[in-house]
Design a protein around this ligand. Structure first.
Ligand SMILES: C[S@@+](CC[C@H](N)C(=O)[O-])C[C@H]1O[C@@H](n2cnc3c(N)ncnc32)[C@H](O)[C@@H]1O
Length: 350
């Protein structure tokens, strides 16, 4: 069976890890007597191939992911280590690559190796520039199946403090009521700006009455929830559900006092909600996938209050109405702008 495209880089990195000499045979490895297993940290890889190869070749492994992922530590920043080596899965953006490689370099000693692996279309060919000051220029260890494995040796500690906050991006955001300074971090959705689909959904938000509860599913940095609270009566409440621990740190800066939930499913959040809003993810890795929207639509009725509404925004070309029809008898298109559309769905009249 062909693996999903996002797994191929992990397979290629695993192939390299399996064919290198075992840790004890390497130049510079300590000789004689029993030695503790060498340690490796893998950052941001949901696929099992590389971790399995490292474990098979004698490494004690730690896995970290910013996204909630089974079998991995999920936290806003990787565990501190130190580790014998670090492996970084090429992330979505250049800024995130620089951030993760910096964190990797802060988790090894001088002389240790930091690896980066990914596919050509993820930007791995031009990724050498993301390694931080204090590391040698990276070597290319393997090129296979349009993927590359690079490694650089650390010579000195990296320059920035080893903390998420040293990567904070502050930018003005205006959803129609005046610009405010907003906190983002590399790799969050629409880092540094207001996305057009998000803005369209905000334009459709009803005014929440006092005491009403809103669930922002896939809340990112919290822009939709913040706009809803601003528009609603005092005493309305927002719950932000997000699977990315780093996005939730941004949301905590932007909406101090809001309820933040690290999770992947609306069913995990106690209702009832008068309104569920979402700019749902329509990709899994780089491939289009409506799996999360389908799951949200299936689970929404269980947490919606009687007469409650689900508001979704997505590209007009997507079969969102068909997905909603499986669960909701009442569906309206309430906005249509450029390539985006907002659908409102409910089970009974408010
Ligand atoms: C398109 S972005 C929208 C972010 C934010 N609502 C906005 O408009 O700026 C989708 C968000 O959903 C999050 N996400 C993806 N799958 C999720 C899931 N199963 N559960 C919770 N959040 C999820 C992503 O991490 C991302 O922050």
């Amino acid at each position: 069976m062909t693996p999903p495209p996002g797994e191929i880089p992990s397979e290629v990195a695993a192939a390299w890890a399996l064919q290198r000499p075992p840790p004890g045979d390497r130049i510079g490895a300590p000789r004689g007597g029993p030695h503790p297993a060498p340690t490796a940290l893998v950052l941001g890889d949901p696929a099992p191939h590389l971790p399995r190869a490292l474990a098979q070749t004698g490494y004690a492994l730690t896995r970290w992911h910013r996204d909630l992922t089974r079998g991995q530590i999920c936290a806003p920043w990787p565990p501190s280590g130190p580790f014998g080596e670090v492996w970084v899965r090429m992330p979505r953006s250049s800024r995130e690559a620089a951030m993760l490689l910096h964190a990797a370099a802060a988790r090894v000693a001088d002389g240790a190796r930091i690896h980066l692996y990914g596919a050509g279309r993820e930007g791995i060919r031009s990724s050498a520039r993301h390694f931080p000051e204090g590391t040698d220029p990276p070597d290319t260890l393997l090129i296979k199946r349009r993927c590359r494995v690079l490694a650089a040796t650390r010579r000195a500690p990296p320059p920035r403090p080893d903390a998420l906050d040293s990567w904070e991006v502050r930018a003005p955001v205006d959803w129609g009521t005046g610009a405010r300074d907003w906190t983002f971090y590399p790799g969050v959705f629409a880092c540094g700006h207001l996305d057009a689909a998000t803005a369209l959904l905000i334009d459709c938000l009803p005014a929440l009455p006092a005491g009403a509860r809103l669930l922002d599913f896939g809340a990112g940095t919290g822009i939709i929830a913040a706009a809803a609270l601003e528009r609603g009566a005092p005493g309305a409440e927002a719950v932000l559900l997000e699977r990315d621990a780093i996005a939730l740190v941004a949301a905590s800066r932007n909406l101090p006092g809001a309820t933040l939930v690290l999770g992947r499913s609306a069913a995990a959040v106690p209702g009832p909600f008068a309104l569920i809003v979402s700019t749902p993810p329509i990709h899994a890795g780089s491939a289009q996938s409506l799996h999360t929207v389908e799951e949200l639509v299936r689970e929404a009725p269980a947490v919606l209050a009687p007469g409650g509404r689900l508001l979704l925004v997505a590209q007009r070309r997507l079969p969102i109405a068909r997905i909603l029809e499986r669960t909701f008898p009442l569906i309206n298109t309430i906005a249509d702008r450029e390539s985006f559309r907002v659908w409102e769905a409910g089970r009974n009249q408010p």
